[in-house]
Structure formats: structure tokens, C-alpha cells
Design a protein around this ligand. Sequence first.
Ligand SMILES: *Cc1c(COP(=O)(O)O)cnc(C)c1O
Length: 432
Amino acid sequence: MKQECMIEQYKQMGIDPKVYAFGEKIERELKPRFDRIDETAEYNQMKVLRAMQENRVSAECFAMSNGYGYNDLGRDTLEKVYAACFRGEDALVRPQITCGTHALALALFSNLRPGDELLSPVGKPYDTLEEVIGIRPSQGSLAEYGITYRQVELLADGSFDYDAIKNAIHEKTKLVTIQRSKGYQTRPSLSVERIGELIAFVKSIKPDLICMVDNCYGEFVEEREPLEVGADMIVGSLIKNPGGGLAPIGGYIVGKKECVANAAHRLTSPGLGKEVGASLNVIASFYQGFFQAPVVTAGALKGAIFAANIYERLGFAVVPGALEPRCDIIQAVTLNSAEGLIAFCKGIQAAAPVDSYVTPEPWDMPGYDSEVIMAAGAFVQGSSIELSADGPLKPPYAVYFQGGLTWYHAKCGILMSLQKLYEQNLVNKELL
Ligand SMILES: *Cc1c(COP(=O)(O)O)cnc(C)c1O
């Protein structure tokens, strides 16, 4: 195709040829890196495919079940597929798990007992877990059940504070929670290799510790998952990476048989466990989404790297840096001004397939100490494997950006964010 046709196509989308050309230049430079991402996707695609073949996924698996959901072949087979793919002994993959926070709360409440202590050796966990644990007092928290919590900060350079971790482990310590993704913090995300080192260390101190990994945003980013480096269970959301953008709800827990059984008996009821829980008519989308997840994750990953390279080149601080390796699909860009943050989010919104005509506005979101702006035009509400961006309206005006069901859509969203900054003279046009 002639270059002019593409320029014209983007022009009709509202993207200035100069902005487009800058994007093209950056994309060309990223070619070798994108090739490596495609390689990872290919490897992981085979992993998923083989898990489906070995477990004899058939058309009967997509049948809808209701009521108690006894003998739900689709549900039971999907759980075997997840277990095989992520290298666990067993899995719980359910639409009754409403979100990632719910999956994590379920894993914690079911594997801890009153008097036990939970340890995070990687600093503060994801915001919503503060209430689950009771760091922020909350109705029904682990703290209310007499489960205590201890936290060891990462060192200034992002490395593990092994001495402090050793001192924090005692006879009550039962479960160690390790968050793979930095979430919305500025610490580096953890590679599977580093997670393995940490697990080996804590188990050398106390071998029977349960090591749980909050795997949100990390699935399929690397060739290995945390169960392959010694984790006892991994936990995540189906409206992030492993749902492939198609799962409309759901969460998973994969790992040791005992851990998964505990979770199942807490999700349903003692005595019932995994035997009940109809998969309703979402099961086919769980399969299809999981099948596509390696490629969807690769697209989101390319988008994150593209954004980092575009904005770093224009003088903005980005985390991870343009050249840094990736352990999850989140990209932070510090825009230095409220106008910049708002313009960025308006661009992401304007590029969405759904609700592209609405204008995101900052609002006072419950639980935050400043206004927050969010951009998302998703097929599934709140799905952050779909292109989305948000950030608190306070210095340094960082936006957290993630997702994109296809690489081309992620690219369009980033170009549109740049277009909005460009139109408002919020970027140095000399650099374009
Ligand atoms: C998204 C996320 C969660 C919580 O998931 P929700 O589905 O938003 O409840 C927990 N931990 C991490 C690291 C996440 O990225």
C-alpha cells in the first residue's frame, strides 16, 4: 500500500501527518523488539493450544449450564486447561469470582486462619487489597478475623531487603503475597525470575510457607509463569490478560491442589467445593478469550513499549523506561501538568471503539485523595486489557496506561493522545 493512503486514513481519524510520521519513525526502531514479543506470543500460543488439546476440549464444553451446575463439563475442563497451561496441580476459574480483588481475597481468606500472619515482602500491595487485609480498616477484613499482616519494603534500588524479610518471618507467618505487577506504583514490576529468587529465599527460611503471586497484568508477558519458579498459587482477573478481552467477568486461582480446594470451599461452601457453580452462558467466551490471550497480551505490550518510546523521546519521564524489559502491560507517563494529563486521557477516549464521543472529566472518586480522570471505551465495563488510561490530578500528573485488544488499536490510541497534546501545544513540536 502507498504510504499516502495510510497517512490519509489516519488523517481521517483526526491524526495530523506530522504526528503519524513521528509514530512511524518510532515504530520502525522498535521492530526487533516487537519481533521478540511476537516470539513470546507464539511460544505461549502453543502452550495454550496444547493445554486445550491434551484436555480434549470439545463442542460439549461450550454448552450452557445452570442451577447447581453439577457435572459441568465445560467448567471442569476449562479448569484443567488453566492448570495445565500455568503448570498448576489444579485450578478454580469461575464467573462467580467477580474481579481480581475478589479472587485475591478468596485466596487469602481461604488459606489463612485466625492467628496466622500474612507477609508482603515487596512493599505495599495493590490499593484494593489494603481493605481486604485491613491496612485501611474495613468491614470484613482479614484483620477483623484476627489475621495479622506484616510488610517489608523494597530497598531504594528496587531489590529485596533479604535481612528484613528474614526478620519478618516467624512461627505465625503462614502466607507470603508477592505482587508481580507494580500496579499503580513506581517500583519496578517483578520478572518471573526475580519472583523465583524471592520464593526460594523465603522457603529456605520456612519451607511450609504458602507463596501466592498476584499475577494480575503479568499473564503471558513472559514464557514462564510464577508456578514454574516455586509459587504455590497464582491469582488473577479474567477481565485482564487471560480473558483475552472476551471473558465478560471472572477470576482464577491456579496452584497446589490444597490451596485451590481451600478456595473452592470458601467460594461455594464447605462440603460443596468445586462441585457446584454453573458456568452459565459465559463459558465459551472463557475458552475463546484464553485461546487469544497470548496474542492480545502481545498487542498490549507493544502498545506500552510504543508509548514509552514516544513520550520519552518527547522529554517526559516514563516508567518503565523506553528500553527497559517488561514484566507487565502497564505504562506510566509523567505529563507534568493537569492539562497534559487531561489531554492524554481525552485522546485515549477519542480513539475507543465504544463511547468515543464522550469527553472524560476529572471527578472525586471514592477512596482517592485527589480528583481522578479515567479514559475507557470498553466492550466490557472496567476491562483493562482493553485500551484504557487513568491518573490522579495531582503532581507529577502521571497517567497509567494499559491494554489494547489489538496492537493497531493501541497504536491509534497513543497517536491520538499525542495528537491532543500536540493540538494544545503541550509537546515540544521541534522534537516531532
Ligand atoms: C487489577 C489488579 C488487582 C485488582 O483487580 P480488580 O479486578 O480491579 O479488582 C489486583 N492486583 C493487581 C496487581 C492488579 O493489577
